[in-house]
Design a protein around this ligand. Structure first.
Ligand code: NAP
Length: 466
């Protein structure tokens, strides 16, 4: 994929970039290693100062940053502004709390009383240069949720961002530099995915994180495994949204729409499969389909637009193929299922919000991730069947369930195969809560005290009793 800004709302190529050659990559690796030598010794206070200043800059430049994201990947301007604001907030969150999250952790004397220790504790030290391979769908947030904790922990970072968001990648590097981070602490590498292997194998790179698709994750993890380097993988998801009879059905349907079409339907934690108890299925389906059909598809720069284009022509073609396959095998199209007819939307990669029912295990969409505004509806007889359908995918990122019954909630927490369970609302990330999945959704956690420790060397310190 060439490195370029192509506006998904118009299909117009606005700017192209030459990928870094081997000399430029070598210079970045060497600068990163050199920066780590001194940066690792800086205090939490110093790092927090840089990060807070970067957050102030991002807040001040929110509109420009948002326009850049919308231009490069098509999310609505309203969503892009919210994303920039969320990034600044997360930067401040880690700036304020890292000293506590990474404080030396004493080992209880009773737990090691037979080890001969007068004292034992854990020190969280940085690992070194971490390579981050990131996707375009939340072009600032995906990077910030890795970079804010990783830099606060004293690591240096190299970013290989998705090829369709080069300007956002360069902007983030610039904001962090202007915030005060020393040269080399955070660098963007404009490289194609084929150039990742050499960087990852370089001895100056200590670890890697990848957010993206399963094939990309498998490739990076196997190379890192070969090099015995730590990885965190945040991969795809096909999150269930379970609706049970005690729920507020109208509210559940309203939230379901947002949960499905947020970010033009291109979110790993979007609810994608709506699994509804038969007693409330018709009521839910009626509200849900009416609201999905009423969404306004259009220019993402315009405030009233609910759903903008898909980020790439390929992304739309993949989504269309999933819908066509389902319809050919008997799925019912309750709304959408096609490109919008409006002439002004012809040159962009738009797709109508779509609801499919009568979905069966024979259809690809039953097991694969629909990365766009397409929902599947399932009717289930009881909680057992709801859990079985929810778990019948290779993914396990997050999950959503609507019930006022504490017993049902306990069952769902126990049995849903996912990295999160959100009740009577929709999955959302927050710096204070761990984020990550199980099964083919990856491993490791981002955010929270768990996320910041992923790229730390948890060092055992043991001091003998006299
Ligand atoms: P993708 O194709 O895997 O791209 C993600 C990143 O990986 C890009 O920087 C891409 O570079 C790079 N890449 C692709 N193939 C690679 C390879 N073989 N070796 C090294 N790097 C490689 O993913 P996408 O389709 O753009 O993004 C959508 C996917 O990401 C969805 O499955 C979504 O669910 C997932 N996602 C997961 C999370 C999460 O937190 N779990 C969050 C957001 C998105 P190029 O752009 O140059 O190809």
């Amino acid at each position: 994929m060439s490195i370029a800004t192509v506006n998904p709302a118009t299909g117009e190529t606005l700017r192209t970039f030459d990928p870094f050659g081997p000399e430029k990559v070598e210079a970045a690796l060497s600068l990163s290693a050199e920066a780590f030598r001194t940066y690792r010794t800086t205090s939490f206070e110093t790092r927090a100062g840089y990060l807070n200043r970067a957050a102030d800059l991002l807040d001040a430049e929110r509109d420009d940053a948002a326009r850049l994201m919308t231009t490069e990947m098509g999310k609505t301007l309203v969503a892009a502004r919210a994303e920039a604001a969320k990034c600044a907030k997360a930067m401040r969150w880690f700036a304020a709390r890292t000293q506590r999250l990474l404080a030396d952790e004493p080992v209880a004397p009773d737990d090691v009383k037979d080890s001969g220790a007068a004292e034992a504790y854990i020190r969280y030290r940085p690992l070194g240069t971490v390579l981050a391979v990131m996707p375009w769908n939340f072009p600032l947030w995906q990077v910030v949720r890795f970079a804010a904790p990783a830099l606060m922990a004293g690591n240096t970072a190299l970013l290989k961002h998705a090829s369709n968001v080069p300007q956002t990648a360069l902007y983030l590097e610039d904001v962090l530099r202007r915030g005060g981070f020393p040269e080399g602490v955070f660098q963007t590498l404009l490289i194609e995915s084929g150039a990742v292997e050499a960087v990852l194998r370089d001895p100056r790179v200590a670890a890697a994180t990848l957010t993206g698709s399963e094939p990309a994750g498998r490739s990076v993890a196997s190379i890192a495994g070969d090099e015995v380097k730590k990885t965190v993988l945040e991969l795809g998801g096909s999150d269930p949204f379970v609706v049970l009879p005690s729920a507020d059905i109208e509210r559940a349907a309203a939230v379901a729409v947002t949960a499905r079409v947020q970010n033009n339907g291109q979110s790993c934690i979007a609810a994608k499969r709506f699994i509804v108890h038969t007693d409330v299925y018709d009521e839910f389906a009626e509200h849900f389909v009416r609201r999905m059909a009423a969404l306004r598809v259009g220019d993402p720069m315009e405030e009233p637009t609910d759903v903008g284009p898909l980020s790439t022509e390929r992304g739309r073609a993949d989504l269309e193929a999933l819908v066509e396959d389902a319809v050919a095998v008997g799925a019912a199209v309750l709304c959408g299922g096609r490109r919008p007819a409006a002439p002004e939307l012809k040159s962009g990669w738009f797709y109508e919000p779509t609801v499919l029912a009568e979905v069966t295990a024979k259809m690809r969409i039953h097991r694969e991730e629909a990365f766009g505004p397409v929902a599947t509806l399932y009717r289930v007889a009881d909680l057992d069947e709801a859990i079985a359908v929810a778990n019948d995918v290779p993914f396990g990122l997050s999950s959503n369930a609507w019930t006022r019954d504490a017993g049902e909630r306990e069952r769902l927490v126990r049995d849903l195969q996912a990295g999160g369970v959100f009740f009577n609302g929709m999955t959302a990330s927050h710096p204070g809560m761990p984020f990550g999945g199980v099964k083919r959704s990856g491993y490791g956690r981002e955010l929270s005290h768990l996320g910041i420790r992923e790229f730390c060397n948890a060092t055992t310190v043991w001091i003998a009793a006299d």
